[in-house]
Design a protein around this ligand. Sequence first.
Ligand code: FPP
Length: 261
Amino acid sequence: MALEDLLAVVPAGSAEEGLARHVDFDRLPQHIAVIMDGNGRWAAQRHLPRVEGHRAGIESVRDVVEGSARLGIRVLTLYAFSVENWKRPASEVSTLMMLLKRYLRLELNTLLRNNIRFKVIGRSDELARDVQDELRAAEDKTAVNRGMQFNIALNYGGRAEIIEAAKRMLIARVDPDTLDEARFSGFLYTAGQPDPDLLIRTSGEMRISNFLLWQIAYAEIWVTDTLWPDFRKRNLLEAILAYQKRDRRYGGITQPVVAGR
Ligand code: FPP
């Protein structure tokens, strides 16, 4: 996956093509994490119910998954539902779950065709049985794929993830003398995956919202005013180009941006 793969799905002469041609494919972020925000505001601007914003947001999910896979991003993580989102009206929660199920059913073949491996991160065992079944089926069917890792954070909370990892570590009776950051990372949902290099948040809010708290320690953060339902490959390319202009220091001295550590 690289420039030609992306150019195959963007209109010739478009803004996307211009942006794609500026990407340095040797310095792509290995892992991009996205806080998808602004669905409700998108709907309100159109005098539509909030759920219409979520419905429209699915098209952005499709576009960004396709764009990331074609670019050659190793891991894409989308924050779809937090442990705090249960506080929303029951009808909104059930519509979100219905949209998720429908997305998986409609997109499974695309995921398979594109060699994408799907995984849920979060307390999926607390979701409704039918949602769990759909998620498990998508995980099982894509488990052999070796292309992009696509994580959906569902019923996810960063602090809850760290607590769960600590519990698993205690159960595994890890010797405290052998415990280091790498070992601890192996107990998180994202075990074996590189940490995010780039964290994108849409709709302008400057918050982390309990997302991947451990993993984003050194991530570059890029916030856009664009609302999630308006976010497309073009915006993803803008984020990657901004990332490639950053100096990543990891607490040390200035060094050119390189993926991973
Ligand atoms: C934030 O907008 C968005 C969400 C809480 C859910 C995002 C979910 C989807 C796009 C659909 C399902 C996902 C997948 C991966 C198929 P908000 O409602 O907080 O917006 P607001 O801040 O403007 O109110």
